[in-house]
Design a protein around this ligand. Structure first.
Ligand code: 3HC
Length: 333
C-alpha cells in the first residue's frame, strides 16, 4: 500500500512501500499535527520530518555561532564600558542559543560532531546575513535593530513549532533576542539624538548597508521556497517567508521614523488598500550568491570557525580525559 499523507518525501522515498503498521503510525502522526499537539523526541515521526528538522535546527544553530563573529569584531572598540558590557553579554547569549539548538537537534539522533563537520566542510548552510562586514560602530546598533529584529519576527512563531524541544528552546531564545533588538535600537537612538552629524551619518550609512540583507534573512519568495509548504503543513513553520518579511517591513518602517533614518528603498510606501507597505524589488541574485558561498565574508567566517574548533581541540581532549577519570573513580568506589 502507498501513502503520502502529510509526508511529502523526496521522489525516491515516496516510492517506498509502507507497511500497514507504518500507515497507522503516519495516520496518528498527521492527526497529532492537525490537533496542534507537540511531537517529543521518543514519539514516532516520519523520516522526512526528522531530516527537515535536523536541517533547519542545525542551520539555525550554526547561524547563532557564526553570528558572533561580525560583532566580536567590535568588542575591543566599543565606545564606552557600558556598551562593551552589553555587547559582550549579547555575544555570549548567541553562544548559548547555539548550544540550546545543537542540543535540540541532538534529540533527533544526530551528533554535534556530525553537525560541526558539515559546517566546517562548507556543506551546511548558515544565515546569509552573517557574510556581510561590520565596518563601523553603528553596525552594532543596526545589527541589533534590524538583524535581531528580523530574527525575532521569524523566531517567535517557532515557539509554536510542532517539535517540542525546538519550540522550548525558542521560548528562551526569543526573550533574549528581544533584549538584543532593544539594545541596538537604544544605541542608535542615542547616536541620532545626542550624536554629532558624523555619528548620525554613520547610522544612516549602516542602515543603507544592512536593510536589504536583513530582508533576505526571511528566505526566498514563497513561490521559490523549497521547504515552505511542507514545513507549514507539519507545523514547523507557522508563517511563510513572504508574510514574515512583510510584517517586518511594516514594523520597521515605523521604527525608522522614530529614529529619524531613511530606509534605502524609494518604492517603500504605505498602501492603504493592502494595509501594508509596498516595497521595491529584492536582489535575489545577490542572495543566492551569498548563500552559495560567494558573499563578502563567507571565506573569512568559515576559516574563523574552523580555526576556533581546531584551537579548542585540547579543551575537548582535557574534558574527555577528566570525564573518563571520574567514571573510573566512580566504578572503583
Ligand atoms: N540564509 C541562508 N540560507 C537560506 C536563507 C538565508 N537567509 N533563507 C533560506 N535559505 C536556504 C534554505 O536553508 C534552503 O536551503 P537547503 O534546502 O539547502 O536547506 C533554501 O535556501 C530554500 O529556502 P526555503 O525557504 O525552502 O527554506 P526554509 O523553509 O527552511 O526557510 C528559513 C528558511 C526561513 C531560514 C527557515 O529555515 C527558518 O525559519 N529557520 C530558523 C531560523 C533561522 O535559522 N534563523 C537564522 C537567522 S539569524 C539568528 O538566528 C541569529 C540571531 O542572533 C540574529
Amino acid at each position: 500500500m502507498y501513502t503520502q499523507a502529510m509526508d511529502l518525501a523526496p521522489k525516491e522515498e515516496q516510492r517506498h512501500v509502507r507497511s500497514l503498521e507504518e500507515v497507522e503510525l503516519m495516520r496518528r502522526f498527521d492527526a497529532k499535527i492537525d490537533a496542534g499537539d507537540y511531537v517529543e523526541p521518543k514519539d514516532w515521526m516520519p523520516e522526512h520530518y526528522r531530516k527537515t528538522l535536523v536541517r533547519q535546527i542545525s542551520q539555525h544553530a550554526h547561524s547563532e555561532v557564526v553570528g558572533m563573529l561580525p560583532e566580536g569584531n567590535w568588542v575591543t572598540r566599543a565606545p564606552t564600558l557600558k556598551r562593551k558590557t552589553i555587547l559582550l553579554a549579547k555575544i555570549q547569549d548567541e553562544a548559548g542559543h547555539g548550544l540550546y539548538l545543537y542540543s535540540a537537534a541532538e534529540t533527533l539522533g544526530t551528533s554535534r560532531d556530525e553537525m560541526q563537520a558539515a559546517l566546517h566542510s562548507g556543506k551546511a548552510k548558515y544565515s546569509s546575513i552573517f557574510n556581510y562586514p561590520t565596518l563601523t560602530w553603528a553596525d552594532m546598533g543596526v545589527i541589533g535593530w534590524l538583524v535581531d529584529g528580523a530574527a525575532i519576527m521569524n523566531q517567535v512563531p517557532l515557539t509554536r513549532c510542532s517539535y517540542a524541544p525546538y519550540a522550548r528552546a525558542m521560548v528562551r531564545i526569543c526573550r533574549e533576542e528581544s533584549f538584543h533588538q532593544r539594545q541596538g535600537f537604544d544605541a542608535l537612538n542615542v547616536m541620532m539624538r545626542e550624536g554629532t552629524p558624523e555619528q548620525r551619518a554613520m547610522v544612516q550609512d549602516a542602515t543603507n548597508r544592512w536593510w536589504w540583507p536583513s530582508l533576505m534573512m526571511f528566505g526566498p519568495p514563497d513561490a521559490e521556497s523549497v521547504h515552505g509548504t511542507q514545513n507549514m503543513r507539519w507545523g514547523i513553520k507557522r508563517i511563510s517567508n513572504d508574510d514574515l518579511r512583510q510584517k517586518f517591513i511594516d514594523a520597521t518602517a515605523e521604527q525608522a521614523k522614530v529614529l529619524g533614518v531613511t530606509l534605502p528603498d524609494p518604492e517603500l510606501k504605505w498602501n492603504e488598500a493592502r494595509g501594508h507597505h509596498d516595497f521595491g524589488p529584492i536582489d535575489w541574485a545577490e542572495f543566492w550568491r551569498v548563500v552559495g558561498g560567494d558573499g563578502p565574508c563567507n571565506k573569512e567566517r568559515l576559516a574563523a570557525r574552523v580555526k576556533a574548533y581546531d584551537d579548542g581541540a585540547w579543551v575537548r581532549d582535557a574534558a574527555l580525559a577528566y570525564a573518563r577519570k571520574q567514571a573510573t573513580r566512580q566504578e572503583a568506589a
